[in-house]
Design a protein around this ligand. Structure first.
Ligand code: ADP
Length: 152
């Protein structure tokens, strides 16, 4: 069974993340959306809320599981028997950043391949960081997140 882990903070999940997951669905038997818990960095939305939003979006889609994890992504992949890490690429800056992580992960475990999907141009400007910034300043970020996600 081809299992992929899609790791991220999803703080909050955006249309960009959603698009990557939907496009990756035909490629894998199972995609585990893995919300990383970073004890050094306080999140904007509580973990439970971020998890519930993703569960709501993929309700009824048997190939998708939502999990939270702490520690190294490669260790989590081992734990769930995933052979692939899925990531999205928006820009060349993403590429430089992701290349480093993917190569370090490959050094730690050469049985786990990172697979990149290039962002849909309609969503390549969307980042969770900017969504949070809009919300902090009282703006409406609804257009950047999937339908049905209530940010307030
Ligand atoms: P992290 O905190 O690990 O960067 P994110 O939740 O920000 O986690 O992102 C998870 C993954 O989704 C990353 O691979 C990121 O490049 C990708 N991603 C984020 N936004 C978009 C987007 N708008 N289009 C495509 N991929 C995206």
């Amino acid at each position: 069974m081809n299992i992929a882990v899609f790791p991220g903070s999803f703080d909050p999940i955006t249309k960009g993340h959603y698009d990557i997951i939907v496009r990756a669905l035909p490629l894998f038997d199972q995609i585990i959306i893995a919300i990383g818990i970073n004890s050094q960095k306080e999140s904007f939305f509580p973990l439970e809320k971020r998890k519930r939003w993703i569960e709501f979006l993929f309700e009824g889609e048997d190939k998708i599981k939502v999990r939270t994890y702490e520690g190294l992504t490669v260790d989590f992949c081992n734990e769930v028997n995933a052979g692939y890490i899925l990531r999205g690429l928006r820009t060349s800056a993403d590429f430089e950043f992701e290349r480093g992580i993917a190569q370090m992960n490959l050094s730690m475990n050469d049985e786990i391949e990172t697979i990149f999907l290039i962002s849909n141009p309609a969503y390549s400007h969307i980042t969770s960081t900017i969504v949070r910034e809009i919300l902090r300043n009282g703006g409406d970020a609804g257009q950047f997140v999937p339908e049905g996600i209530e940010l307030d």
